[in-house]
Write a protein that binds this ligand. Structure first.
Ligand code: GLA
Length: 383
């Protein structure tokens, strides 16, 4: 089978469905977060990289709004007023509404989408869609968005319009990703710093689809807000959970009931792991990074309770077969594991994980690799 690129796929789809040619094309990557999970809405640091897999949004002018995706080829019509569509088009309607709010939306659009980012795998297919969508629709309106505005429009589309209240990590890396580097994003201060990420990253999908609309992420966020409220009674100047010094963790835990105690423990220890990860990556020490990933996974499993049996098994099996380390990445409750392994162990690790997974769950997990790649970009329209 010859696979055509998402860019060509989207252009062809547009042509077939709308019987004309699109006038703009913008793509954005999915992401894998190396470490720093659930810290971005707690004012902490995150360390994501952009995937080589991307989503492309091509668009042309229209009076109303029409959307089609290569997933099913079905044309969906929507208005910007009224109820939010509950499927994928909601993300683009959200983007269009946010663009309208700042006076940069086109009057309408025909939009075709194609993607190589797996959906519901914890790899930010939604941010790839909103960032590429915002870039594409703004250009259609004759406007260019600077990177900060692009992050803002895409984040607000997801948080305010769709109603999934994560942080800004996914949209930020989809905009600022760069080849062979990870991005240290200090969400408390908003600062960005590039860190070398020279290796190949393996993604092993659990096959358990996480739907954030299921509400677990919003629930964790509420728990973190409740914990912060209580801790502020003791430390009134504490702005974010991630600002709690590790030395005060025991005192903080003593003030909190379960499960808030464990949620705070995760956020504080995870923040420390990001700082350590940056140090080891500056020395390009992927073996040391692997050990940090394993600790991070354990914290998600035990303290944040966002893991699942499939991810736990993949991590355990990968390490047993010689990986440097692995952990669940993204929001959790399913999704994908990221894994780092030395080249000479790779075959054994992938085979071992596949066999252990099949023995327990009766199917083989999908695995593939990526390097750190670039962020949002305009694509050529020639097909
Ligand atoms: C989702 C959110 C991100 C982040 C992660 C967990 O991907 O969109 O902002 O909170 O979960 O680290």
């Amino acid at each position: 089978m010859i696979r055509i690129s998402p860019a060509r796929q989207a252009v062809r789809l547009y042509h077939e469905v709308f019987a004309s040619d699109p006038v703009v094309a913008v793509s954005a990557p999915g992401r894998v977060n190396l470490i720093g999970e659930h810290t971005d809405y707690n004012g902490g640091p995150v360390l994501p990289v952009a995937l080589q897999r991307r989503t492309i949004v091509v668009a042309g002018p229209a009076d109303g709004w029409e959307f089609v995706s290569s997933v099913d080829g079905v044309v969906r019509r929507a208005g910007l007023a009224g109820a939010m569509p509950r499927e994928w088009t909601g993300y683009l309607v959200g983007v269009a509404r946010e663009l309208e709010r700042i006076g940069r939306a086109p009057a309408g659009a025909r939009v075709a989408v194609a993607s190589s980012v797996p959906i519901g795998a914890g790899l930010s297919s939604s941010a790839a869609l909103t960032v590429a969508g915002a870039g594409s629709l703004a250009r259609l309106a004759g406007r260019r968005l600077d990177p900060a505005t692009l992050v803002d429009v895409a984040s607000r589309a997801e948080h305010e319009q769709v109603g999934v209240r994560g942080g800004r990590m996914d949209q930020t890396i989809a905009v600022y990703g760069r080849r062979d580097t990870a991005l240290l994003f200090e969400t408390g201060s908003g600062t960005l710093r590039r860190v070398p990420m020279p290796g190949r990253i393996w993604i092993i999908e659990t096959g358990v689809s996480h739907k954030l609309t299921g509400g677990e992420l919003n629930e964790r966020r509420r728990e973190c807000e409740a914990a912060l409220g209580r801790l502020r009674e003791r430390w009134p100047s504490l702005n974010f959970l991630a600002d709690l010094p590790a030395g005060d963790l025991a005192a903080a835990e003593a003030l909190l009931p379960e499960p808030l105690r464990r949620r705070v423990r995760h956020v504080v220890t995870e923040t420390a792991r990001v700082r350590l990860a940056v140090e080891v990556l500056e020395r390009r020490d992927l073996a040391a990074l692997g050990a940090i990933l394993v600790e991070g996974h354990e914290s998600l499993r035990r303290d944040y309770e966002s893991s699942c049996a499939e991810a736990d098994l993949i991590v355990e099996s990968a390490v047993a077969h010689g990986a440097w380390g692995a952990r669940l990445t993204g929001a959790g409750w399913g999704g994908a594991v990221l894994m780092l392994a030395p080249d000479d162990r790779l075959r054994d690790v992938l085979r071992g994980v596949a066999a252990d997974f099949a023995a327990r769950f009766g199917r083989k997990p999908v695995s593939w690799s990526t390097r750190a790649a670039g962020g949002v970009r305009r694509e050529a329209l020639g097909s």
